[in-house]
Design a protein around this ligand. Structure first.
Ligand SMILES: [Fe+2]
Length: 362
């Protein structure tokens, strides 16, 4: 059987978001408290289950533990990773830039398809960073797309015997963490009704967007220079004070059930630049996945999370009052990434929803 020529990465859907964390149990508990993800499937991937481990083609030995949990809405599955002994991209990330989004798993394929993906990405200069075989039946290929896409890997799950449709191994253990936290009376976990986009901070948004268009086939990108100015960033703040800053974004929201926002911080202080790009480099800065019902709901959430060490660090009303965005700095609690919350205001004028320009890649 001839495989069809591969012209883009065969992204099916967001199977998993892989996040390197310091301590698996502590992180899972925080996801339980914040999102209501109480149940976790835990796998210990040591030498009894994990074989054929390589880094850039060199044979290595390493181990790691994962905890996999899905938001009650079913929208996002997180694969938390705690690096064990030995050389792995998880340990390298933990040591060089700290916890954070390590990989996105967008495809589960068979061996023939995997070979085509490898060939496709090699043609774009992307090497295989890491491989491993779990239980002899599930191969993982971590492609080093950090330079191409901005600081994270694409993980391809190769289901060798048809028993791993979700791209993960069977669990060794299950955790129910529902009894390990207490929310204040009347406070519900954050409902994730939609993962709207990954916010990826990069050095050069124009270059990045062209690569996303090529690899993922996202043909249309809306560009916007967000700057302190009525109708753009109406009243931006950063760490509790008004700020004069700018950033340049390419928005490719029409991808799968989620999209990408590529962000190049340009002028003035921002969470993108001071706290992320300068500290850890390019990478997944945030996920926009929370829509408070109204201003009172938003205030309740902010008041609940602040004493947990999750401050509101940046935000602004946009486009003359159409929406307000907020970043909740969950980097310590959830592992290196930040929650974007968007409050939609009634009566917003759709005519104000304009961009500086649209780039199309046909
Ligand atoms: Fe965003």
């Amino acid at each position: 059987m001839n495989a069809e020529p591969m012209t883009t990465f065969p992204a099916q859907r967001l199977h998993r978001v892989g996040v390197v964390v310091k301590d698996l149990r502590t992180a899972a508990r925080n996801y339980a408290e914040i999102f209501g993800i109480d149940n976790w499937a835990v796998s210990e991937l040591g030498s009894d289950r994990l074989s054929s481990t390589t880094i850039r083609g060199r044979v290595v030995r390493h181990s790691y533990r994962t905890a996999v949990g899905t938001t009650p809405s079913g929208v996002v599955t997180f694969e938390l990773v705690e690096a064990g002994p030995g050389e792995s991209t998880f340990t390298i990330q933990r040591c060089s830039r700290g916890p954070g989004v390590h990989h996105l798993t967008l495809a589960v394929v068979d061996e023939e398809r995997a070979a085509a993906v490898e060939e496709f990405l090699a043609s774009r200069g992307v090497p295989v960073a890491q491989t491993g075989l779990v239980d002899g039946t599930l191969r993982h290929l971590d492609f080093d797309t950090r330079a191409l896409l901005g600081g994270y890997y694409l993980r391809l799950a190769v289901d060798l015997d048809g028993t791993h449709p979700d791209g993960g191994p069977p669990a060794d253990e299950r955790w129910d963490l529902s009894g390990e936290y207490a929310r204040p009376a009347g406070v519900e976990p954050m409902e994730v009704s939609q993962l709207h986009h990954f916010g990826v901070v990069v050095n050069d948004v124009v270059g990045s967007v062209a690569r996303y268009a090529d690899v993922f086939g996202i043909k249309s990108w809306n560009f916007m220079n967000w700057r302190t100015e009525p109708g753009r960033l109406d009243n931006p703040f950063y760490k509790g004070a008004p700020v004069n800053h700018e950033y340049f974004c390419g928005m490719g929201f029409d991808f799968r059930e989620f999209g990408f926002e590529i962000i190049q911080p340009t002028f003035g202080p921002s969470h993108y630049r001071e706290d992320f790009l300068r500290e850890v480099g390019e990478g997944v800065h945030h996920m926009q996945l929370f829509y408070p019902r109204d201003a009172d709901h938003w205030q309740q959430v902010a008041d609940w999370l602040a004493p947990l060490g999750v401050p509101v660090v940046m935000g602004s009303t946009l486009r003359g009052g159409a929406t307000t965005f907020y970043y909740l700095d969950t980097r310590e609690a959830l592992g290196g990434w930040t929650i974007e919350a968007t409050l939609r205001h009634a009566g917003a004028d759709p005519a104000k929803r304009v961009y500086d320009f649209v780039s199309t890649f046909d």
